[in-house]
Design a protein around this ligand. Structure first.
Ligand code: SAH
Length: 245
């Protein structure tokens, strides 16, 4: 009798523990404060609630662990609606801007994409998650190496990082189906226009230091059409001496 009481109480206790676990972890098995949970909230509140509708973009942003691309002491802020510093005076863009630029590129599987301004490597990882081949160029060698370190353990074999000046593009791998520029020149670099494939799309912030316009360029019949999307603020595109283009 006593023994069976102990057994049934232990069972009861285990049941209670299990219920408590389900309640605190939610039905998905994710603790309410985990990065995965924060990532899902980011997608719902910052992307779906605005104008991000491309399911490939939404899925990629829900998958790529953004917190692994920011400095360790800022990980708790990784899913906030804001850009964050990544060292050397540079920033990782706000999640919404990463999603918007990815959506404007209309990425499809197997496409070749050139990115200028690797920074943390996060934007490159989002495009790689969408099964594109990503060629990305970073001018600050330490940042380029840091990005490779962040990308490598995630197993994206479809990203190539080059350290150098992206103004000139990557002629050996041109033409590209899409080009994404995440630093701002004062006008559109000619080499990038030339390296865009027929039917290709380029998303680029263009303007002065404190204020730029995000442009979507499309190449049709050798002609480039230009559409203004939104006002933005990116770090300037610079040459190896640090002089702004
Ligand atoms: N896409 C990045 C954010 C980029 S911040 C991310 O997902 O984290 C802009 C980056 O452009 C900086 O790292 C800066 O060093 C780089 N940059 C500036 N001028 C450049 C140039 N001429 N060529 C390549 N990278 C450049």
């Amino acid at each position: 009798m006593f023994v069976s009481w102990i057994i049934s109480t232990t069972r009861g206790l285990l049941m209670l523990l299990a219920i408590a676990a389900v309640l605190s972890f939610g039905l998905t098995g994710t603790p309410a404060d985990s990065f995965e949970h924060q990532r899902r909230q980011m997608v719902t509140r910052q992307l779906r609630a605005r104008d991000i509708v491309d399911t490939h973009v939404l899925r990629a942003m829900e998958t790529v662990p953004r917190h692994l691309f920011v400095p360790k002491d800022l990980r708790h802020l990784a899913y906030r609606d804001t850009p964050l510093p990544i060292g050397h005076g540079q920033t990782i863009s706000q999640p919404y801007i990463v999603a918007l630029m990815s959506q404007l590129l209309a990425v499809s599987k197997g496409q070749r994409i050139l990115e200028i301004g690797t920074g943390s490597g996060y934007q490159a990882a989002v495009l790689a998650e969408m099964e594109a081949y990503v060629f990305t160029i970073e001018i600050i060698p330490e940042l380029g190496r840091q990005a490779i370190k962040a990308i490598h353990p995630l197993g994206y074999g479809n990203i190539q990082v080059r350290i150098g000046d992206g103004y000139k593009g990557w002629p050996e791998n041109a033409p590209f189906d899409a080009i994404i520029v995440t630093c701002a020149p004062s006008s559109i670099p000619e080499p990038l226009k030339n390296q865009l494939a027929e039917g290709g799309r380029m998303v680029i912030p263009v303007g002065e230091k404190s204020y730029q316009q995000l442009l979507l360029l499309t190449k049709q019949g050798g002609e480039i059409k230009q559409e203004k999307i939104v006002d933005v603020r990116f770090v300037p595109m610079v040459d190896k001496k640090g002089k702004a283009y």
